[in-house]
Design a protein around this ligand. Structure first.
Ligand code: PAF
Length: 290
């Protein structure tokens, strides 16, 4: 496993591997790796012959008051975990200055899709997706992968990145990996470690809510409101949950649905605070064509 810090060295390395005929996959992460990340790496191995994992806590995707400063950065543990897991060829760990040489406030060049940010996490995290699309562009240009592997837990991020690679002709295939879950259904997340014992027990309401929405949709409910109401009722079972949103959107435009149609793909998604810890979960539901 090779550790690379500089963009130039990463680009040189990627070019050599491409010339040698390898199929390159990039698994972008912000570190604090857990089982969920390992499932992304596992999926990368199935699709590619050279795997790069990037570790970069991207400052521009954290809004004011978010947890950038307290975001965990256990780099040594992450490297040990990757070494032990095996199959990772390169870990790319750029310093902040490599991507934001003028500092984040003075940074001028952004990749941005405002119309895809009007719902779900977008309005609650101003600037977040602009930070994500910009840093993923930088990571793609640095690592030059044939494919990028992302978790479907960050559903809106995945849908926006699909539009990024399509609309800006990146020529990179995106692979979306289903959410890794704890045995009781809670989606795995680096942020779960902040939950108290009581909050952790209550946090199962997120997966219960989106699974109930999936069932109701597949049973034929065509109107969004009863489905949203179901999600809200289930979230209300957790006394410490502070619900930020429970929404049903179409996966193409990320806009609320007025009526569910045959052949459509919809996303049921929730975001909930337990104290300062914000958790999200979702279910992608493909409506059968008639
Ligand atoms: O999903 C994440 O961990 C981050 O948003 C990503 C894609 C690594 C960009 O910083």
């Amino acid at each position: 496993m090779h550790l690379i810090y500089s963009v130039e060295e990463m680009q040189r390395h990627a070019e050599q591997q491409r010339c040698a005929g390898y199929k390159l996959a990039l698994v972008p992460t912000m570190g604090a790796l857990h089982e969920g990340h390992l499932s992304l790496i596992e999926s990368a191995k199935q699709h590619a012959s050279h795997i790069t994992v990037s570790i970069f806590v991207n400052p521009t995707q954290f809004g004011p008051g978010e947890d950038f400063d307290r975001y965990p950065r256990p780099l040594e543990n992450d490297l040990q975990l990757l070494n032990k897991y095996g199959g990772v060829d390169v870990v790319f760990v750029p310093p902040t200055e490599a991507f934001y040489s003028t500092g984040t406030h003075e940074h001028q060049m952004w990749v941005h899709a405002p119309s895809l940010e009007q719902h779900l996490c977008g309005p609650h995290r101003p600037g977040h997706f602009r930070g994500v699309t910009t840093v993923v562009t930088k990571l793609f240009h640095s690592c030059q992968p044939h494919l990028g592997v992302f978790g479907l837990k960050d559903a809106q991020q995945f849908l926006i990145l699909q539009r990024l690679v399509h609309d800006l002709n990146f020529g990179i295939e995106l692979v979306g990996v289903p959410t890794a879950r704890e045995p009781d259904g809670l989606a795995r997340s680096s942020r779960n470690r902040y939950l108290s014992v009581e909050e952790r027990a209550q946090a199962i309401v997120l997966s219960k809510a989106v699974e109930a929405a999936r069932r109701q949709i597949l049973e034929g409910e065509q109107h969004p409101q009863p489905i949203v109401d179901t999600m809200l009722q289930i979230l209300a079972e957790a006394p410490d949950a502070n619900v930020q949103y429970a929404e049903l959107v179409d996966t193409k435009r990320i806009q609320p649905i007025t009526q569910i149609q045959a052949g459509q793909e919809v996303l049921a998604a929730v975001a909930v605070f337990f104290g300062k810890t914000r958790l999200i979960d979702n279910a992608f539901v493909q409506i059968p064509a008639v």
